[in-house]
Write a protein that binds this ligand. Sequence first.
Ligand code: ADP
Ligand code: ADP
Length: 225
Amino acid sequence: MPEVVLQDVAKHYGNSIAVENMSLRIGDGELVALLGPSGCGKTTTLRMIGGFVDATSGQITVGGRDVTHLPPNRRNMGFVFQNYALFPHMTAAQNVAFGLEMRGLNKADTERKVREALARVRLGHLADRLPRQMSGGQQQRVALARALVIEPDVLLLDEPLSNLDAALRHEMKIEIRQLQQSLGLTTVFVTHDQDEAMSTADRMVLMYNGKVEQVGPPDEVYGRP
Ligand code: ADP
Ligand code: ADP
């Protein structure tokens, strides 16, 4: 998987600065957690990497390719949102199939990939359920399957656990980390939860006020317990 490099990336909204001079290298197969208080610029950073927010300045490359001003559909990234963002009128399988159909993949291959993706998140038996017929954890696993089915170069997770109860959060955290490691996916994980970041990330990026305060493996950033 390619590495993601941010070089002097900034995002301004009028006179207000959401992200300032951000430079960061996310290695091949690495899971980096962006951590910090509400409003510090985590989501804006993730959205710039994903192409949903256009950087004001700086450069973002993926495997050496400049993607700074490319739209999301030309970056080959999988995105999982806090609120799952599933289409409510579509079944689990249809939700997962959507991105493949958009890419014009034929019916037989779409069906096979959808089945594989749902099996990977242990939802093969719920393929025909609608989102409202599934638990929060199941919905989030559909969202994960939808992100993975396109075989993304990079996985972007925006507070993917924060709508789940504590037990599910723990379970999903382990599941996401296992999937990410087994697929060797370069991953950026936004969270405001320090324990979540410490127990999943290879490296943590502490942000404050739009700036990177500290970068390092969890035990370097917080010290060994
Ligand atoms: P976090 O994800 O860490 O909570 P955000 O990236 O959402 O932080 O926001 C960083 C800053 O940018 C905040 O001050 C926020 O109010 C501001 N901001 C985010 N999106 C917009 C927007 N569309 N217009 C204006 N300001 C924004
Ligand atoms: P269509 O629009 O082709 O009639 P649907 O809207 O029911 O089909 O589903 C869209 C796509 O979702 C299908 O082409 C198929 O690839 C996938 N799909 C739907 N249900 C399943 C399922 N149970 N298992 C695997 N894939 C499915």
